[in-house]
Design a protein around this ligand. Structure first.
Ligand code: SF4
Length: 485
């Protein structure tokens, strides 16, 4: 007698699902999956959300966690600098323009926040392996404030000997004094949001410096030979033709830096970029189907240059670049948040620090960890975190995950696997699900589909798909941990 697997039974139970939802899970019928497997990118970061915790439990939960040693595993810290010199048109992370008096007051509070839990059992129990100073624009801080903050990090956090300390930067007004302050304070990785080397493309999205200046500063930093130099490049911007994009990626390679990130432009609903395009001040950005070709082109160039692929979007030229923070935070490892607008995760709980800078400072003065929002761990969050972390690397070790979490993952995912194999989005080999180039471009959708599928199976189909293609601004949220942009 033929046996019917759990997944088959589940599929039968899901026959009521609207066809639009089915398309978000299984993909479109197309012989061109790279460009048309889905109608849009479904989310910025795949996730299974826990429940929002009542306000009156946030503080006690934080203190409980800080009072324990926590599990022995690698840890990361995210420190947020919520200031920028300018507001880039595409950005969903902008919070405040930089003002000198606020900057000094903020850094004093940030140092107080680092000190606040420094002696807690949780912070003292295990070394910190990766620290990310992000924003906003950390490089907008004065040399003096960079020095103060880095000194406090070294003083209050138990850094592992081989720690990675990343300083997110722009070239604009990032002078030699500031660079020295970073290097003297222990920064060993700079991540620059270059986006494009093309001066016209840069200026149209609100970046200030021209190609020559960027190349000169990269040369200067390379010459110091004292930290990993990483840049972000973005594809799909107005005026950025395929030729411009190809030249951008080739320039990354010619500049001989240690690594780079190639990522897709997201146009948010209430962004200044969308407004500029609607008013006719800028040509429209590339459609998703064209972005797919740009992605393929970028991957091809990096592969031919024999760069090592550390994740779907990130490449290293050498062993200096490890991309450790991103890997830890995306895989659900402890990421402790500091600073107004920071997000983090501890033992599956998700925390967000108060993003209103004045409220943040008042609460620090009252000796309170200024958290504004918290979510409890969803059931099975470790499995989900492992899936998210592995899919970000372009594959899923089904055999290992099944054994570790006691689930029959291949059987559970079989309807998705079957559909994606037929559509050329994945390959299966040696117990691994591996993404093809088309699957890599759509990996966010595929990851979210796997997560939704597992949650739906667990709830016998009662879980509704949260279909919300990337349009909304992030400006009312908090900078997602690991979202580098
Ligand atoms: S892209 Fe960076 S520098 Fe530009 S507004 Fe956003 S956070 Fe600030």
């Amino acid at each position: 007698m033929q046996t019917i697997s759990k997944a088959d039974r589940f599929v039968k139970a899901m026959t009521e699902m609207p066809s639009t939802d089915r398309k978000w899970l299984f993909g479109n019928e197309t012989d061109n999956p790279l460009q048309f497997a889905f109608d849009a990118k479904r989310t910025v970061h795949p996730s299974v959300k826990g429940s929002v915790m009542p306000q009156n439990t946030i503080s006690s939960t934080w203190h409980d966690l800080m009072g324990q040693h926590g599990r022995a595993s690698k840890r990361a810290v995210y420190i947020h600098i919520p200031f920028c010199q300018t507001h880039c048109l595409y950005c969903g992370f902008f919070q405040n323009f930089l003002k000198k008096d606020i900057e000094d007051a903020y850094i004093a509070r940030l140092i107080a926040e680092l000190e606040m839990n420094a002696d807690s059992p949780f912070i003292k129990s295990h070394p910190i392996h990766a620290i990310y100073l992000g924003g906003g624009t950390p490089s907008a801080l004065s040399a003096k404030n960079i020095e103060r903050l880095l000194y406090a990090i070294q003083l209050h956090l138990p850094l592992a000997n081989d720690y990675e300390l990343t300083f997110e930067s722009r070239f604009h007004e990032f002078d030699d004094y500031k660079i020295d302050a970073c290097l003297n304070g222990g920064v060993n990785r700079f991540s620059f949001g270059v986006q494009s080397f093309d001066t016209k493309v840069r200026r149209c999205i609100g970046r200030i410096d021209d190609r020559e200046k960027i190349l000169n500063r990269l040369k200067y930093l390379n010459g110091l030979d004292n930290a990993a130099i990483i840049i972000d490049l973005m594809y799909g911007m107005p005026h950025q033709t395929m030729d411009v994009w190809e030249k951008d990626v080739r320039t990354l390679i010619d500049s001989e830096i240690d690594g780079g990130d190639l990522y897709q432009l997201n146009v948010y609903e209430d962004s200044r970029l969308k407004e500029a395009v609607e008013k006719g001040a800028l040509p429209p950005p590339s459609k998703t189907s064209v972005q797919a070709l740009m992605f393929e082109c970028g991957v091809d160039i990096m592969q031919k240059a024999r760069y090592k692929r550390l994740s779907i979007c990130h490449w290293a030229k050498n062993t200096r670049e490890r991309n450790l923070y991103n890997q830890l935070s995306k895989s659900g490892f402890v990421t402790i948040p500091f600073g107004a607008g920071a997000g983090g995760k501890i033992e599956g709980y998700t925390f967000f620090v108060d993003r209103d800078i004045h409220s943040y400072m008042r609460r620090i003065d009252a000796e309170e960890k200024p958290l504004m929002f918290m979510m409890s761990p969803p059931e099975d969050y470790e499995l989900y975190s492992s899936i998210i972390g592995q899919m970000d690397l372009g594959r899923l070790n089904i055999t290992m995950l099944s054994a570790r979490y006691g689930v029959e993952l291949e059987d559970m995912l079989s309807p998705l696997i079957e559909a994606w194999l037929a559509k050329g989005l994945i390959k299966m080999s040696d117990g691994f699900l591996e993404l093809t180039i088309a699957g890599q471009f759509w990996y966010v959708n595929l990851t979210q589909a796997i997560l939704d599928w597992l949650v739906m199976m667990k709830s016998n189909g009662s879980h509704a798909l949260n279909v919300n293609p990337v349009r909304k601004s992030l400006s009312n949220g908090v900078k997602a941990i690991a979202a580098q942009g």
